[in-house]
Design a protein around this ligand. Structure first.
Ligand SMILES: [Fe+2]
Length: 674
């Protein structure tokens, strides 16, 4: 009688093991085996991290093994099980690998295919076609789209983390509980004593150090020491945690009536302002998206305010970018003066603080939440709904959407919901952040997610002309590395453009992203279908770059740049100044966040900047969904490329007082998970 050796690997995360009964059946081209209980006498099977082997003898020849079926039945209490993979050694000595990397819950069962990636057109056998179809039918029932707020990209239909399919939940819910993390942050930072002190202003700037000192690190300390300097202010638009706002100014905006006379003492080339614009030395950051957004009214005891500044910057003779004019609101007028470096010290400082605060709002809600978290979730949901596990693109993307739906669900549950933690300290809390996302949807175009094009669109692509833009330089290296890797994988599975075009599952994935994620908006420029291998490579590069590099660039610098509160005030407690020459230091301190809000903010930026335990960085694929050698070789080349980028960045950063490391691949997690 034919005998098979079946090896079963259980996951090593918490609670991955099970005491339930596990049955296995083999489905071959000539027949299907009986159901076998996998059990070794006097042995605790399927413990966490275990790799157990079993002999399975069947009554008749099964032919080629096409599927294996695993059933889990209750032993005592339901005990979820995380199955990594199964390998089957056939009677003729061949090994077949069946990757799983999924949870089996309750009285669950799972049917697995061997690990070779297949497009639908490669499957001719009826039961394999049927398996593909059934898997998607089941997934589409589990992964449903939901509109969380009108006009938002659709998100997952789940009220809370525990409602999510088990496979996409965090291993331990505790690790990502924002309420717990905030409290942990407060404790670690020794700031508990201040956190209830709402409405209580700090006495002066130095007073902020009371909450800061415990957790200072190299960059944030430098920010604390230099935040008032124009050079530091300008530098942040290039290499801070929101490096996506600055644009080359091609024409002075009509609503910023700034003249050469006003900025003369900042210009170093004996040219008029218009000539400086023509020569490409003027840059602009316009926060018009904030115009008319409602400020947080959730605390009747604290009035909070927003502005919508326009900031003009200048590239000086040392090639450094410095601010030269700031208008705090969009409509020019007597009560909306243009602040200048030549103004009184505190006038200019407060104007810059308003810009920093506005930048913080755009960063948090648009650059970070919308353009990385929510976008990545869209790709994740569409992937689960439209691509079966055997599809090469599923195998490729699954590592890059890991925990993304979970973290967003948690955020909707605790952070950005009505009465959520976000409302505590942010001027855009209480609904302003929702209005901002709704507005920003019109700029959420496909090309704006294509990194090289996004840089070009802002006129920031010339490296000689604009040196020191490390976000751009490092981002391009990582983008190219991902794109090369994508081209190699796409080449393995798609022999021609026609194969791409005829891959209905892939087309359904792309269409889901367009219809539900981008709400079917033609102006988004998101493709409705993909016709060529080249376009497919680009699309996949967008998915992976957004989830990994772009998120890392805007997430992990939050503590560095936003912990020194005057450099990134999450709220302002007095309206923008309407005249010059009246601002005092006391007024600035009374405008800045109070003690309580400062602590909540600090807790937030600290918690959000932490890597997870056992973080998986770009190119790390411990789950072996792919078993084919050419793909594994492509992955190895990808990692080698990334390693050399790590070295290039380390060399560049050597001896820099402000190193830029957010896009060093060894610090870029694979997916959006915090
Ligand atoms: Fe994040």
């Amino acid at each position: 009688m034919p005998s098979y050796t079946v090896t079963v690997a259980t996951g090593s995360q918490w609670f991955a093991g099970t005491d339930d009964y596990i049955y296995l059946s083999l489905v071959g081209s000539s027949g299907c085996s009986e159901k076998h209980l996998l059990d070794k006498p006097f042995y605790n099977d399927f413990e966490r991290g275990a790799v157990d082997s079993y002999d399975v003898t069947v009554d008749e020849e099964l032919g080629d093994i096409q599927l294996i079926k695993i059933e889990k039945r209750k032993y005592w209490l339901h005990d979820d099980w995380y199955l990594k993979y199964i390998t089957v050694k056939t009677p003729c000595g061949d090994y077949i690998e069946f990757p799983c990397y999924r949870w089996i819950s309750g009285e669950g069962e799972i049917v697995l295919r061997d690990g070779r990636a297949k497009l639908a057109c490669d499957d001719q056998i009826h039961i394999l076609k049927q398996h593909r179809r059934k898997e998607l039918e089941t997934r589409q029932k589990q992964y449903r789209w939901m509109e969380w707020n009108p006009g938002f990209p659709l998100s997952i239909d789940a009220k809370c983390h525990k409602d999510l399919p088990r496979d996409i939940q965090f291993d331990s819910e505790k690790g990502v509980d924002f309420v717990l993390n905030y409290s942990k942050a407060m404790e670690n930072l020794f700031i508990n004593r201040f956190m209830h002190m709402f409405q209580s202003s700090w006495s002066d700037f130095a007073d902020f150090e009371k909450i800061f000192v415990r957790i200072s690190n190299t960059i944030s300390e430098r920010v604390m020491n230099h935040w008032q300097e124009d050079l530091m202010f300008g530098y942040q638009f290039l290499n801070g945690c929101n490096p996506v706002m600055i644009q080359r100014c091609l024409k002075l905006p009509d609503n910023l009536p700034v003249t050469t006379e006003m900025v003369e003492c900042s210009l170093e080339r004996q040219l008029t302002l218009e000539q400086e614009v023509e020569q490409g030395n003027i840059f602009i950051v316009d926060f018009k998206l904030l115009d008319g957004i409602d400020a947080n009214k959730t605390d009747p005891c604290t009035l909070q305010f927003l502005a919508a500044p326009i900031c003009l910057l200048y590239k000086n003779l040392a090639n450094k970018i410095v601010p030269i004019a700031i208008q705090l609101n969009q409509v020019p007028g007597e009560e909306n003066p243009i602040f200048l470096p030549s103004d009184a010290k505190y006038d200019w400082l407060l104007a810059k603080i308003w810009v920093r605060s506005s930048d913080f709002h755009i960063h948090q809600t648009i650059t970070h939440l919308l353009r990385t978290h929510l976008v990545s979730e869209v790709f994740g949901i569409a992937m689960y709904r439209q691509l079966p596990a055997v599809h090469p693109i599923f195998k490729l993307l699954v590592a890059h959407v890991r925990f993304t739906i979970a973290i967003n669900t948690k955020a909707r549950e605790q952070l950005i919901c009505e009465y959520g933690l976000f409302d505590k300290a942010n001027a855009t809390g209480g609904g302003g952040h929702v209005q901002m996302v709704q507005r920003a949807m019109q700029d959420l175009t496909y090309t704006s997610l294509c990194f090289p094009e996004a840089i070009k669109a802002r006129g920031m692509d010339n490296t000689e002309d604009i040196p020191y833009y490390f976000y751009r330089d490092d981002g391009l290296l990582v983008w190219e590395a991902i794109k090369t890797f994508m081209a190699e994988v796409v080449d393995i599975y798609y022999k021609s453009d026609q194969v791409v075009e005829e891959d209905q599952e892939l087309q359904d994935f792309v269409k889901d992203v367009y219809m539900y994620g981008m709400r079917g908006k033609k102006a988004s420029g998101f493709p409705k279908c993909i016709k060529t291998k080249e376009k497919l490579c680009e699309y996949l590069t967008v998915v992976i770059f957004t989830a990994s590099a772009q998120h890392a660039a805007v997430n992990f610098g939050q503590y560095d740049w936003c912990s020194w509160i005057p450099n990134a005030p999450p709220t302002m407690r007095a309206p923008p100044p309407t005249a010059k020459g009246v601002v005092t230091i006391e007024q600035i301190v009374d405008t800045l966040p109070d003690r309580g809000r400062s602590c909540w903010h600090l807790g937030a930026v600290w918690a959000l900047s932490q890597f997870q335990d056992n973080e998986l960085f770009l190119g790390m694929y411990p789950e072996e969904h792919f078993i084919e050698k050419p793909v594994k070789e492509a992955m190895a080349r990808f990692r080698k490329n990334l390693d050399s980028i790590v070295s290039v960045i380390a060399e560049r950063n050597k001896n820099k007082k402000l190193p830029y490391y957010y896009l060093s691949p060894d610090r870029i997690p694979n997916s959006v998970a915090i």
